[in-house]
Write a protein that binds this ligand. Structure first.
Ligand SMILES: [Zn+2]
Length: 83
């Protein structure tokens, strides 16, 4: 398998944290997928896509109770935004 982005051949299955955005929150879900070691391109198979869509749906319905807060998302606000 060659990377479609950089044509590198060093693609390994790794555990990566995929970020799902739920309103203003970001939820990281660990998945094991092939990742290009050269450029970082991630390859999702059908099974992984379906899994992430399922998690995304459950999160939106607030059906998950196994969430752990690991950080905060902050917004830096300006009183006079630079143009
Ligand atoms: Zn690549």
């Amino acid at each position: 398998m060659k990377c479609i982005v950089c044509h590198g051949e060093d693609i390994q299955v790794e555990t990566v944290k995929e970020g799902l955005k739920i309103e203003n929150d970001l939820v990281y879900v660990c998945v094991r997928i092939p990742v290009c070691r050269t450029c970082g391109e991630r390859y999702y198979d059908r099974h992984t896509m379906q899994f992430l869509e399922e998690v995304n749906r459950k999160l939106k319905e607030k059906k998950h109770n196994n969430l752990k807060e690991i950080g905060k998302i902050l917004e830096y606000s300006f009183s006079n935004p630079p143009v």
